[in-house]
Write a protein that binds this ligand. Structure first.
Ligand code: NAP
Length: 407
């Protein structure tokens, strides 16, 4: 094969154009990052080769961030890194340390803001043989779309006793007639129509493109009416305005279709967040795509991941308009740095999500079946080995080799 590597491009309609040999930047990550990235890269290269026999290939391009960047450049996130990520559209990254301390912004947050990656997307599905605390983990098959830029997570907050907090408390008392205890810290919870609707649009488009039956708007609008409640209302409004032929509400499903889902329609539902935590445990089969504001989305992603083998098995991506960075949902697990010990599945599955995003669906499917076959051999990393009866613990690199052998 003698193909020229090219950059992925964003078309005018926001979709991406992917060459046969795309250049894809990667950030190795801190802590366990190098171990899981090495394993992931080996698996992704092997599946692409198997699926396309050399017709397609990824040209990996390292970009620096985190500890490695700091050692080499004195900066944790050099501006060239952000530029390279913009230029190449799609990237994959290992976890990055957030140094603890005042005034230090998380590199992950900076990357998400820099590329306006407003949707955190986390598919949660069960791989046969993985340990699970529930009786029927195979019923869990959801894709979570969590808003990534707003809510109490926006970082607009002031500590107790600060002049800003005191000023706000006085303003709210004098101008709005509401009492807040003077010894309070204050955080602001903005949720806008614009950010809600672009997130819900992405979730509905995903459901339509992948043939998923429903999108559920999860919110706490019974209490927080003008933020969470508005999230729900704006979600329905968008579905009605932009997808009138492809969506119906749950109410219409019962009133007009007697509860039988018509072909080609996505049902838009809504659920109160606390009830939803029960639903994902008791009736997971009734849910498919979820769209949530930032905070609840964070909580529910981990609660769902716990049912299918934990964080080590949970992939994720941060996606904007064309731009996307794929990453494991867990952190740098610093105590395991350099031990070649941890489970690489989360990053490998994030890589599979990336292949799907490129439209390389055959290669993504290869990842899923090979991973399942490797787990079935019961030669797994420590986190799975301690929960699977009769399993033998293997290293991170050995587990990756076993996945490749299973192709
Ligand atoms: P963490 O790195 O996710 O690790 C917590 C625990 O989860 C580990 O001790 C380990 O549990 C388990 N775990 C994580 N990854 C695993 C894997 N691949 N295989 C098996 N088990 C795994 O969380 P943390 O210790 O709270 O955070 C450490 C650093 O990571 C912090 O600096 C944080 O800011 C950063 N972080 C970065 C990202 C990101 O880059 N996206 C995300 C989250 C956190 P056991 O101890 O039970 O073995």
């Amino acid at each position: 094969m003698n193909k020229i590597p090219e950059k992925i491009q964003i078309r005018e309609d926001g979709s991406i154009s992917v060459p046969d040999v795309p250049i894809i930047p990667y950030i190795e990550g801190d802590g366990i990052g190098p171990d899981i990235w090495r394993a992931t890269r080996a698996v992704l290269d092997a599946v692409v080769k198997k699926a396309y026999g050399g017709k397609r290939e990824v040209l990996w391009k390292e970009v620096l961030a985190g500890d490695k960047a700091y050692q080499q450049t004195g900066e944790r996130l050099p501006s060239e890194t952000l530029e390279a990520l913009k230029e190449h559209v799609v990237a994959i990254k290992g976890p990055l340390t957030t140094p603890v301390g005042k005034g230090i912004r998380s590199l992950n947050v900076t990357l998400r803001r820099g590329l306006d990656l407003y949707a955190c997307v986390r598919p949660v599905r069960y791989f046969k043989g993985s340990p699970s605390p529930v009786k029927r983990p195979e019923d869990m098959d959801m894709v979570i779309f969590r808003e990534n830029t707003e809510d109490v997570y926006a970082g607009i907050e002031w500590p107790e006793g600060s002049k800003e907090a005191i000023r706000l408390i006085e303003f709210i008392k004098n101008e709005m007639g509401q009492d807040i205890r003077p010894d309070s810290g204050i955080g602001i919870k903005p949720i806008s129509r614009f950010c809600t609707q672009r997130l819900v649009r992405k979730a509905i488009c995903y459901a339509i493109d992948t043939g998923r039956p429903s999108v559920t708007l999860v919110h706490k609008g019974n209490i927080m009416k003008y933020t969470e409640g508005a999230f729900k209302d704006w979600g329905y409004e968008l579905a009605r305005a932009e997808f009138p032929d492809q969506t119906i509400t749950e109410q219409e499903l019962w009133e007009d279709y007697n509860g039988v889902q018509p072909e080609g329609k996505v049902v838009i539902k809504d659920r109160i967040a606390d009830a939803m935590f029960q639903q994902v445990l008791l009736r997971p089969r009734e849910y498919s795509v979820l769209a949530l504001p930032n905070l609840n989305g964070d909580y529910i992603s981990d609660a769902c991941a716990a049912q299918i083998g934990g964080l080590g098995m949970a992939p994720g991506a941060n996606i904007g308009d064309g731009f996307a960075i794929f990453e494991a949902t867990h952190g740098t697990a610093p105590k395991y740095t350099g031990l070649d010990k941890v489970n690489p599945s989360s990053l490998i599955l994030s890589g599979a999500m990336m292949l799907e995003y490129l439209g390389w669906k055959e290669a993504a499917r290869e990842v899923f079946s090979a991973l399942e076959a490797a787990i079935a051999k019961k030669r797994v990393t420590y986190d799975l080995a301690r929960q699977i009866e009769g399993a033998t613990e293997v290293k991170c690199s050995e587990f990756a080799a076993s996945i490749i052998d299973s192709l």
